[in-house]
Ligand binder design. Structure first.
Ligand code: GLN
Length: 190
């Protein structure tokens, strides 16, 4: 069984843990550097990316996690987690800290301040029809040449994969459907 950590500094940690367990992984909350030991992958949950960046620094996790991801630790970021994995953020805070690794530029709160939240059925390549829950979600404004776009809303990518890194603007952990997590786990073992 693969061991997948869920960054547990802020955000919807419990929902990711149960989705990962449904997907057949053993799920472990990650709060300190020692929790990274023995992990086969990590999920970066939704929440608030600027706060998570600050907490990563405060808990001395920013550099160790950056390095593990750069060295090939599989990671799946949802919403704020997508922002953390991005190489560049637009409409972020000037001092916002990112983990990086994924060659994308994301626009934070991209769907507009009027429409904070919406739901839409999406076709995700490699997964199928998925009900997307978007909460003050980012979209991908630029995807590098080695990034596969798995789903879009209009013209904007909302699910992307680059090798060992997966990111979605939406929150599959809130729907009870564990197929995105299964997909992540399957990329880890293959
Ligand atoms: N808007 C949040 C941010 O910038 C992300 C929202 C979410 O994760 N649901 O981090």
């Amino acid at each position: 069984m693969v061991a997948v950590g869920v960054l547990a500094l802020q955000g919807d940690v419990r929902e990711h843990i149960s989705a990962l367990e449904k997907a057949g992984a053993s799920a472990v909350p990650v709060k300190r550097v020692s929790d990274l030991e023995g992990l086969d992958g990590i999920v970066l949950p939704g929440g608030e990316s600027t706060t998570m960046g600050k907490l990563l620094t405060l808990f001395d996790l920013l550099e160790p996690l950056r390095k593990r991801i750069a060295d090939g630790l599989p990671a799946y970021g949802t919403c704020a987690g997508m922002i953390l994995l991005a190489s560049e953020v637009l409409d972020g805070r000037h001092d916002q800290k990112l983990l990086g690794g994924l060659d994308i530029t994301v626009r934070r709160n991209a769907f507009g301040s009027q429409v904070h939240s919406f739901e839409e059925d999406l076709s995700v390549a490699g997964v199928g029809e998925v009900h997307g829950v978007f909460i003050r979600a980012p979209w991908v404004e630029r995807a590098g040449p080695s990034v596969d776009v798995l789903a879009r809303v209009g013209e904007h990518p909302v699910a992307v994969r680059q090798g060992h890194l997966l990111a979605t603007s939406f929150h599959p952990e809130l729907t009870g459907d564990a197929r995105m997590h299964e997909f992540f786990v399957s990329t880890m073992v293959s």
